[in-house]
Design a protein. Structure first.
Length: 233
């Protein structure tokens, strides 16, 4: 039977996956109606970002149904982090289109190469990727994945988060300062979305399951909303 921390871990992961999927699909729908390309791209990114919490959500459902955690445990790591490369590639495309349209192609190609390298290390060198990949109390708590901070995957994730913060986050803030009226408001919403995601994602990866994770994920679940509001026409 799941412990209270296990329930909090699973339900908070479900909140992020559901909210990101909802606003992502809503963005797709809206983009078709108003022919807004960037809104559709943002919708795709929202879905990929939400799927970063597919590991704990799947483990939560497996424990509820079977009473045991995911086996083999490496599946948890794959389900959680295989979406990193698609998310960063689409995110850099979106940021490039809005901030540096002339450099967009080079930016996307560069991050696509880094994304492929990340995926290779994740799947081929899984044992070295995670310092911990286990539940504190099997069948009661969900699996906790903690990166080996000396592994290439951790270094690449740090690069991706810092790039999202500097390229998208700071870029959107600069655009907001340079703009006025409704356009400034939209860039501030995009800045808020990026900051919320980067901080929530970073803290989620280093803080063990507990009450703090529930709060962090509740805040992180709002990232898709701010992104949607910032790009909808």
């Amino acid at each position: 039977m799941l412990s209270p921390i296990g329930w909090l871990d699973g339900l908070s992961a479900a909140l992020i996956v559901i909210s990101a999927s909802f606003f992502g699909l809503l963005s797709f729908y809206k983009s078709r109606k108003v022919e807004a390309k960037l809104l559709g791209i943002a919708g795709l990114m929202m879905v990929f970002v939400g799927l970063l919490w597919l590991g704990p959500l799947t483990d939560f459902l497996v424990v509820l149904i079977t009473g045991n955690n995911i086996y083999p445990k490496e599946i948890y790591g794959y389900l959680s982090y295989m979406w990193v490369a698609p998310a960063i590639i689409v995110g850099m495309y979106l940021g490039g289109e809005l901030i540096f349209p002339k450099l967009k192609r080079h930016i996307v190609i560069g991050f696509a190469i880094l994304g492929v390298i990340f995926e290779l290390f994740l799947f081929i060198d899984t044992a070295n990727t995670f310092e911990k990949l286990a539940a504190a109390h099997p069948g009661k708590d969900l699996i906790d994945a903690q990166f080996n901070r000396a592994s290439p995957t951790f270094i690449l994730i740090a690069i991706f988060l810092l790039s999202a913060l500097g390229f998208d986050g700071i870029g959107f803030l600069i655009k907001a300062i340079q703009s006025t009226g409704e356009l400034r408001k939209k860039f501030l919403l995009l800045f808020t979305s990026t900051i919320v995601f980067v901080i929530a994602g970073a803290l989620d990866s280093i803080i063990p399951p507990g009450l703090a994770i529930g709060f962090i994920r509740a805040v992180g679940a709002t990232s898709a909303l701010w992104m949607y509001l910032g790009l909808k026409t």
